[in-house]
Design a protein around this ligand. Structure first.
Ligand SMILES: *[C@@H]1O[C@H](CO)[C@@H](O)[C@H](O)[C@H]1NC(C)=O
Ligand SMILES: *[C@@H]1O[C@H](CO)[C@@H](O)[C@H](O)[C@H]1NC(C)=O
Ligand SMILES: *[C@@H]1O[C@H](CO)[C@@H](O)[C@H](O)[C@H]1NC(C)=O
Ligand SMILES: *[C@@H]1O[C@H](CO)[C@@H](O)[C@H](O)[C@H]1NC(C)=O
Ligand SMILES: *[C@@H]1O[C@H](CO)[C@@H](O)[C@H](O)[C@H]1NC(C)=O
Ligand SMILES: *[C@@H]1O[C@H](CO)[C@@H](O)[C@H](O)[C@H]1NC(C)=O
Ligand SMILES: *[C@@H]1O[C@H](CO)[C@@H](O)[C@H](O)[C@H]1NC(C)=O
Ligand SMILES: *[C@@H]1O[C@H](CO)[C@@H](O)[C@H](O)[C@H]1NC(C)=O
Length: 311
């Protein structure tokens, strides 16, 4: 009997504990931190918002409930900002779809969101302003997308401080004539050893043409790489050791390599999707190309290849 009561008491305790854990994780008591709310309000103040996407950002309300803001449920810190333009899919090349795009300036108050790990400002229109270098001091960022957002000028090397970054998209998007990102070099990528997805499409990488592959070869975790339309004009035919062999997607289309398909591509044994259209690639397929047994998508259109695909 005594043992029976003890078992019952134990079960009750377990049930109470589970109930308490459940309550504390969904009681909604966690509200946003005032300094972070002030930072978001300063950030909002400097932005143009023609379609009132910030209408829920009311100073009286908990900023964790504002549209696009995600807080940590345990401590109320702002951890994610989802501020991509929802109408991106309607974008037309050559035409600025500004009606619902955010624009203006990006206030440095953002650095006060010290726990921020996700920042998406894609498909807005910042009119050619530079990517703010202070983004490089948001050390917890895992995900940064500034693609198609009308940023221009040189990409700040400070982004190389974001050592937790898994995803970086700076794709030009191409919708804005005269607005283009470029680099002086790509050395700053050395700091991003956890990077899995990198999109530089339509960024002018001409000045990094001589060593872009050596830099990419340091990114051991890379899974997807898009360097389409990057004005690259050199591709090394061989690599001593391919370090980024987890790559599943490689897009080097629309560059001007004037070269044959390099031999190191045969070592990318995980490759599923390979895009080399209009890359100035000619000649023969490299040895071992048929080792790419995972390959499902292969685009070699608009090149001067004169050999047929190896069986
Ligand atoms: C933008 O998207 C919203 C809903 O997502 C829609 O109500 C609005 O009409 C769109 N605006 C334009 C210019 O497409
Ligand atoms: C960050 O917050 C502090 C205190 O709330 C404030 O004094 C400072 O100006 C803010 N920094 C920026 C860059 O806005
Ligand atoms: C980048 O990191 C270096 C060294 O850790 C530091 O001195 C520098 O201030 C950082 N830059 C930014 C923009 O955070
Ligand atoms: C690479 O980027 C370009 C331009 O942004 C895009 O059109 C293309 O679909 C991307 N490649 C892949 C394989 O997703
Ligand atoms: C690639 O990895 C090797 C070791 O596996 C390393 O020595 C080398 O520095 C890395 N980078 C390049 C560019 O080869
Ligand atoms: C392309 O390469 C070939 C052979 O290496 C060379 O003769 C030719 O001048 C190059 N074309 C351009 C446009 O660089
Ligand atoms: C293919 O191109 C190579 C050099 O680029 C040339 O030597 C060879 O004759 C060409 N083959 C055919 C079938 O045109
Ligand atoms: C292709 O695979 C074979 C067998 O696994 C291997 O001997 C050869 O070295 C590979 N070739 C290349 C270029 O990777």
């Amino acid at each position: 009997m005594d043992r029976f009561m003890r078992v019952i008491a134990f079960l009750v305790l377990v049930i109470l504990t589970i109930a308490t854990i459940n309550l504390s994780s969904c009681n909604g008591d966690v509200v946003c931190i005032n300094s972070e709310k002030q930072a978001l309000l300063s950030f909002k103040r400097e932005l143009k918002d023609p379609s009132s996407r910030f209408s829920s950002w009311d100073v009286e309300d908990d900023c964790c409930k504002w549209a696009g803001v995600v807080c940590d449920k345990l401590n109320g810190h702002v951890i994610e900002l989802h501020l991509q333009n929802p109408n991106s899919t309607t974008s037309v090349v050559g035409k600025v779809h500004q009606s619902s795009a955010l624009g203006g300036k990006i206030d440095p108050s953002l650095v006060n969101l010290t726990r921020l790990n996700y920042l998406d400002l894609s498909q807005n229109y910042f009119g050619g302003i530079h990517i703010p270098m202070f983004i490089g001091s948001l050390a917890n960022l895992h995900y940064v997308s500034l693609s198609g957002a009308g940023f221009g000028g040189t990409i700040p090397h400070q982004l190389g401080n974001l050592s937790s970054l898994h995803f970086l998209s700076l794709s030009g998007g191409g919708s804005y004539p005269g607005v283009k990102l470029s680099v002086v070099n790509l050395q700053w990528l050395f700091g991003l050893s956890r990077l899995e997805r990198l999109d530089f499409s339509q960024v002018n990488l001409k000045k990094a043409s001589h060593d872009w592959l050596q830099v990419i070869n340091m990114l051991y975790s890379l899974v997807e790489l898009n360097m389409s339309s990057c004005e690259l004009h050199h591709i090394p035919p061989q690599l001593h050791h391919v370090n980024f062999s987890s790559l599943t997607l490689l897009d080097l289309s629309k560059n001007d390599f004037n070269s044959s398909i390099p031999g190191w591509i045969s070592s990318l044994s995980s490759l599923v999707s390979l895009h080399l259209s209009s890359c100035g690639c000619g000649g023969l397929f490299p040895d071992g190309f048929c080792n790419l047994t995972s390959l499902k998508v292969l685009d070699l259109s608009q090149n001067d290849l004169n050999s047929s695909l190896p069986s």
